[in-house]
Design a protein around this ligand. Structure first.
Ligand code: ATP
Length: 238
């Protein structure tokens, strides 16, 4: 049996006539952490939004756990076990921390284990347990990011995609969040895609990497031992 959990094949997407993602192929193995790096505007967010069903592809396929999910709606994709933590730790600010988390457990299989999963999320983020009744809007940026991660975890995903989790956060908070992502990966065997602009941080945390530039994958491989000069050239397109 194949160990591939996510297989993106020649996926294209854009905005009107503009091609933001141009025939991108990528594979994620079960339990692996893959980083997706690249400059601003390289197409990373468009790619993963298309994978997660938030944007319609212009071509190509996405297979998840062996099943073609290319034309499924975003909520159906979450129900299949693929969750996205969007950029900026987006939360429902007027809702309590706990209600934000519960919103993530809407899928049929997640609903059956709601209490257990909630307990698990609070174990992973004890700060959130202390603040569960507070409105999410009253939390710091780092705490809201944790709520966003917790909400994605409530769906009990097999694969989690983090879109620039470190944006706007202090180095100490980023380190803390990365530590917890690695814990989720190790303990739950959840596959992870990390979108990052900080190449060093991304490579340190991942098993393999893809570099995107102007909508295309220009370099990929194992994260350990990659030559920094080769990486720099691919990243900047020089
Ligand atoms: P960032 O790190 O800034 O999020 P990115 O690598 O995720 O960058 P995308 O956000 O996917 O890149 O953007 C890819 C290209 O698509 C960019 O040229 C961007 O200007 C363009 N783009 C993104 N969103 C839209 C939109 N809603 N309408 C039109 N063009 C868009």
């Amino acid at each position: 049996m194949s160990d591939t959990i996510l297989e993106i094949d020649s996926l294209s997407a854009g905005y009107g006539d503009f091609i933001a993602v141009d025939k991108v192929s990528m594979t994620v193995e079960k339990g692996q952490i893959v980083s997706l790096i690249g400059l601003n505007g390289a197409g990373k967010t468009t790619l993963i939004n298309t994978v997660a069903g938030l944007q319609k592809p212009d071509g190509g396929t996405v297979r998840f756990k062996g099943e073609d999910i290319t034309s499924l709606s975003a909520d159906k994709i979450v129900a299949k076990g693929l969750s996205l933590v969007p950029q900026g730790g987006r939360c429902f600010n007027r809702m309590s921390v706990q209600d934000n988390l519960l919103m993530g457990g809407f899928t049929k299989s997640a609903r059956k284990k709601l209490k257990e999963t909630l307990g698990h999320v609070y174990e992973l983020f004890p700060d959130l347990a202390d603040m569960k009744k507070r409105p999410a809007g009253a939390l710091s940026g780092g705490q809201r990011q944790m709520v966003a991660i917790g909400r994605a975890l409530m769906a009990r995903p097999d694969c989690l995609i983090f879109d620039e989790i470190s944006l706007g956060l202090s180095p100490a908070v980023i380190k803390d969040i990365y530590r917890r992502i690695i814990k989720i990966n190790e303990e739950e065997k959840t596959s992870v895609i990390l979108i990052e602009q900080d190449t060093r941080r991304a490579l340190n945390a991942s098993d393999s990497f893809y570099v995107m530039l102007k909508g295309r994958v220009v370099l990929s491989g194992k994260s350990s031992g990659i030559d920094s000069e080769t990486l720099k050239k691919a990243y900047f397109g020089i």
